[in-house]
Design a protein around this ligand. Structure first.
Ligand SMILES: [Zn+2]
Length: 487
């Protein structure tokens, strides 16, 4: 291969720098191959072999139950990898890995082996320890965190769960309880009684969960204390105020918008009728729906015990006089984009759209957000055509959202189909497209086939989706196209 002349490289570099600001920065986002079902394929196989249940009990019944619970956890984790719950974006991974290494290196006596770190794509502000040296941190937490120290505290807390073998202990406790005479007796009593079996059965499990949550509370404060030790050893500042901030973690959709809804749509010449923002009748959304996910095994950084207790318990250990290092804006923004894309693929269109409007409020001119706004409106139209518009919106209960969010959600529900189609056409002709990459334009064509292109059947959509994936093999947008293909 002929070497590229130096001046040419410089020119290329200059061009890249010049075009960097006005162009969408999607090229920096992860590739399709970095989604967990592909990226961790090899690890998945080796984990299956490595995670064999240790022999802990002489009693065969208890050991059998223990193995059952153990294997349940393994398959939970392997399924999550297969479902692309995780992503290995190099930039985010290096940033988080740098912090994790700093903690691990200074605490070799507690952590002889480096922990395995996973980036979970969930928007909820959380992190969790799976045991067996595995720690996962959610994109939601990365977006929420303000400083490197807050992330360090989160990682140290999760590492502490692993050091203190909390996952192992709770699996053992469960196995022992489910094979105990006490449990068997209560179960037999229930089966013997003719009446109220269900109520009594419920009671047993209530006792069980009460017992568990009580232990869990102890475990959380143990993990906090251990985390403080790990951070001190690594000379990382500990700021207990993070616990107080975590208390407001669920309030992100309470943040009001800076402008009326229609202003966000006017740059695309899309007119929003005020009437769409107001509920006409008691629609489906008056039912209590909640998009907040409940992930099994997910350790909560915020619930047990509550944040104020955690703050009070740890405030004496606060590091004084040390400046906190802000999370680089690039990292926050990238994690935010990855999260928005994930919410889009999971068809949570309303929260996804709200996040975009919040980015616009922060002053972002990145056309990638325009592109995503386009995708949301076209997908809403597509869902409407397939008669599942309501499900695609991902309606949230009133108490979790701001007035603006409620209006936006109502608008997505009520915008008449013909008006939605009109706005989709406006989005497809908007000016920002000149700044978009080939894969983004290809996704535009795919959405066009799925929606506006008159007279198309399901078959045409699948064909277009296949075409997209074969032309854009490494694009993260393949995830969306794959879902269409599977239909
Ligand atoms: Zn915890």
């Amino acid at each position: 291969m002929r070497p590229i002349p130096k001046c040419f490289t410089l020119l290329l570099l200059l061009l890249t720098v010049l075009s960097h600001n006005s162009r969408s920065q999607t090229n920096d986002l992860y590739s399709y191959q970095e989604l967990s079902h592909l990226y961790y394929q090899k690890q998945k196989d080796s984990l299956k072999k490595e995670w064999t249940c240790p022999a802990r009990y002489k009693d065969k019944t208890v050991q059998k139950k223990y193995k059952e619970i153990w294997d349940e956890r393994t398959s939970f984790f392997l399924d999550a990898i297969e479902d692309d719950d995780y992503v290995h974006d190099k930039e985010l991974y290096d940033y988080l890995g740098g912090i994790a290494n700093e903690i691990a290196k200074a605490n070799k006596s507690y952590m002889p082996v480096q922990p395995m770190l996973f980036i979970d794509r969930s928007p909820s502000v959380n992190a969790y320890a799976i045991g067996n040296n595995v720690v996962a941190i959610n994109l939601g937490l990365l977006v929420f965190a303000r400083s490197r120290e807050e992330i360090a505290l989160t990682l140290a807390h999760e590492m502490s769960h692993n050091i203190l073998e909390h996952a192992e202990n709770s699996m053992r406790k469960r196995a022992e309880w489910l094979t105990s005479d006490e449990y068997k007796q209560s179960l037999e009593d229930v089966l013997d009684s003719r009446y109220e079996r269900l109520t009594r059965l419920k009671k047993i499990f209530e006792n069980y969960s009460f017992d568990r949550s009580k232990h869990q509370r102890y475990r959380e404060s143990d993990a906090d204390s251990m985390a403080i030790i790990l951070l001190k050893n690594a000379h990382l500042a500990f700021d207990p105020a993070f616990f107080l901030r975590l208390d407001s973690a669920d309030m992100v959709y309470h943040e009001p918008l800076k402008q009326p809804i229609k202003n966000y749509f006017s740059p695309y010449s899309v007119t929003i009728d005020d009437a769409w923002l107001k509920k006409r009748s008691k629609g489906l959304s008056t039912k209590s729906y909640n998009f907040q996910e409940s992930v099994a095994l997910q350790d909560s950084m915020k619930t047990h015990p509550d944040c104020i207790v955690r703050y009070n318990n740890t405030k004496a250990a606060a590091t004084t006089g040390q400046q906190l290092t802000p999370v680089p804006e690039r990292i926050r923004e990238k994690a935010g984009k990855m999260m928005i894309w994930n919410m889009y693929c999971n068809m949570h269109l309303a929260p996804c759209l709200y996040r975009i409007l919040l980015e616009k409020d922060r002053g972002s001119n990145d056309p990638w957000y325009d592109f995503m706004l386009h995708n949301i409106m076209l997908e809403l139209f597509h869902a409407d055509k397939e008669l599942h518009r309501f499900a695609a919106i991902g309606v949230t209960q009133k108490e979790y959202i701001s007035k603006n969010y409620y209006e936006l959600q109502t608008m997505l529900e009520q915008i008449p189909r013909e008006e939605l189609e009109k706005s989709c056409k406006q989005f497809q002709n908007a000016a920002f497209w000149s700044n978009m990459s080939a894969s983004e334009k290809d996704l535009k064509s795919l959405l066009n086939v799925l929606t506006i292109d008159a007279g198309t059947t399901g078959g045409a959509g699948v064909k277009a989706a296949k075409e997209f994936t074969s032309n854009n093999k490494s694009s993260l947008y393949c995830e969306f196209a794959n879902d269409i293909e599977k239909k």
